[in-house]
Design a protein around this ligand. Structure first.
Ligand code: G6Q
Length: 543
């Protein structure tokens, strides 16, 4: 990968002066001047329509952003990414979640060894295991079939599978899947309370198997289980997903019940590996595999499609345009599907943990903005909540609107209403409402001149707020796989251009270390030297 400060490129300089020309341009005037605009700034790909015409860009902007990608060596970077070079340099690892959804005959080499056969071995093990649990062939310690699965993990070992399980609820079988992540003991108790140990299977997911939260929760779950069962029964009810086999064995989990994962898969990109075991249990392995196939299709699109029609590249460039030139600090993700309610929090980790970096790949502090803040909630709920700020607040918040042409239960009446909101909101954000329009509206309501003038400023909407509409045929495992892979590659492109390492997370490590030191003090009931505030808080906690 080239380690280029993007602000030193010719394209960046040109974008700076281009920004001065475009910053006040109204998108609605761009639309009225060019009847082709929607077509020109849309990508039709498989079952996706990505319409980014409601963004503050022209053809020139698009070209300059593409030049920026070229100046920053995107092509070479994509090659390194897919070919397994150690692009996660600070941890000296390749970044190969794409290998997890490769085809059987593909070859991906890590340290000279093709890893695809191993990936397929683990997939086969997941398939066999999922089938046996779902069918009831594998039984619990009293001979009853399993009814409940409890996934214990945190961060990358929780957010991905939890989001996918929720998103694919429509495709679920009879197994009830629960997630425990927080070390909050109340959370653990609430999940365990209604469960029967005879029919509950625990999936402990931890790449390192050293994470405090996960190990504490797993230990509590085992204790709860042992209140009814014997030590020998643990092997039947606890399985693990980890790359640390000796540690898992120490917990009492049988070797054959360990699903391996690899150092070359980052936690937040691991849902495609055995970390997705709970998903495979919830919807069956076939559907899990369809998710992988969807992701693979997007991988191919990203790798091969010219940038002008390349969805992740275009989305990443737009995001850079707003972040670095308009100085937008955040981006909203608004899925018009309740099934995708966990998507924003999943993306918060994927995007903010990856690109929340302030040191560039040369080890120097960056002089420009990097990772944006991601937030969101499903529409229409969010329209009745924070949309006020997007419409009339002082901040520029580019938003992704995600909608589906078809509802899963085919409730057309509801779906038309839902989608009417999806279309109306992005149109309103684009068009706004002018003084003239407000005046007409209030006049029609028989308000007098004084009343109209009094209300007018509050009822005007500036408009010109950027949105990107993602319109997908239907929420299926495959389309979901495509969408998640799309965001993963968007993250990658941004990281390449911002010249940062997207695949480490040293910021997370610091919190882990400090918490473990303080826990030691709490256990010993002896507060050592801290800043004044922390010291007072700790003393008050220990009183
Ligand atoms: C993700 C991060 C982090 C990680 C958790 C859980 O990229 O590395 O969220 O997934 O800290 O780690 P373990 O899987 O090792 O328990």
């Amino acid at each position: 990968m080239l380690n280029i400060d993007p602000t030193t490129t010719v394209a960046w300089k040109k974008l700076e002066s281009h920004f001065e020309e475009i910053k006040a341009v109204e998108m609605k005037s761009l639309f009225s001047k060019d009847s082709q605009r929607a077509d020109d700034f849309s990508i039709f790909w498989e079952d996706f329509l990505v319409d980014f015409s409601k963004n503050r860009i022209t053809k020139e902007t698009q070209q300059l952003l593409l030049d920026l990608a070229e100046d920053c060596g995107l092509e070479e970077a994509i090659k390194s990414y897919f070919e397994g070079e150690s692009i996660n340099r600070t941890e000296n690892r390749p970044v190969l979640h794409t290998a997890l959804r490769s085809k059987k005959n593909d070859k991906v080499f890590v340290e000279g060894e093709n890893v695809i056969p191993e990936v397929f071995e683990v997939k086969a093990k997941m398939e066999e295991f999922s089938n046996a649990i779902i069918s009831g062939k594998t039984k619990g310690y009293t001979g009853r079939a399993f009814t409940d699965i409890v996934n214990i993990g945190i961060g990358g070992s929780d957010l991905g599978p939890a989001m996918i399980t929720e998103a694919l609820k429509f495709y679920k079988n009879h197994l009830k899947v629960h997630y425990i992540s927080n070390v909050d003991g109340d959370h653990v108790q609430e999940v365990l309370k209604p469960l029967n140990p005879e029919t509950t299977l625990f999936v402990i997911v931890s790449k390192t198997f050293t994470t405090q939260e996960t190990l504490s929760n797993a230990t509590t779950a085992r204790k709860w289980f042992l209140d009814s069962a014997s030590k020998e029964d643990v092997q039947k009810h606890f399985v693990a997903v980890s790359s640390n086999v000796p540690k898992v064995a120490g917990f009492g989990i049988a070797k054959e019940n360990i699903f391996p994962m690899w150092e070359w898969v980052g936690g937040r990109f691991s849902l495609w590996s055995a970390v997705g075991l709970s998903v495979s249990l919830a919807v069956g392995f076939t559907k899990f595999n369809e998710l992988l196939e969807g992701a693979n299709k997007m991988d191919q699109h990203f790798k091969n499609e010219p940038y002008i029609k390349n969805v992740p590249v275009q989305l990443a460039l737009l995001s850079i345009w707003y972040n670095n030139f308009f100085k937008a600090e955040s981006e909203a993700v608004i899925p018009y599907s309740q099934y995708l309610q966990k998507l924003p929090s999943y993306l918060q980790q994927a995007i903010m943990e990856s690109n929340g970096k302030s040191v560039d790949r040369n080890g120097n502090p960056v002089t420009y903005e990097t990772g944006n803040i991601i937030w969101g909630e499903p529409g229409t709920n969010s329209q009745h909540a924070f949309f006020q700020l997007i419409h009339q607040g002082t901040k520029l918040i580019p938003a992704d609107f995600i909608g589906f042409k078809e509802s899963l239960y085919k409730n057309k009446d509801h779906h038309d209403k839902l989608m009417a909101n999806y279309f109306a909101q992005s149109e309103a954000l684009l068009m706004g409402k002018t003084e003239d329009e407000v005046r007409k509206e209030l006049t029609a309501k028989n308000l007098n001149e004084e009343e109209i003038n009094d209300l007018l400023p509050f009822k005007v909407f500036q408009g010109n707020k950027p949105t990107t509409s993602l319109l997908i045929d239907k929420l299926t495992p495959e389309s979901l796989g495509k969408m998640i892979s799309m965001y993963e590659h968007k993250i990658f492109v941004q990281g390449v251009i911002w010249n940062i390492y997207s695949y480490d997370q040293w910021g997370v490590e610091l919190g882990k270390q400090l918490a473990s030191n303080i826990l030691d003090e709490i256990n010993k009931r002896k507060v050592s030297k801290h800043d004044n505030s922390t010291q007072n808080l700790l003393k008050s906690y220990l009183k």
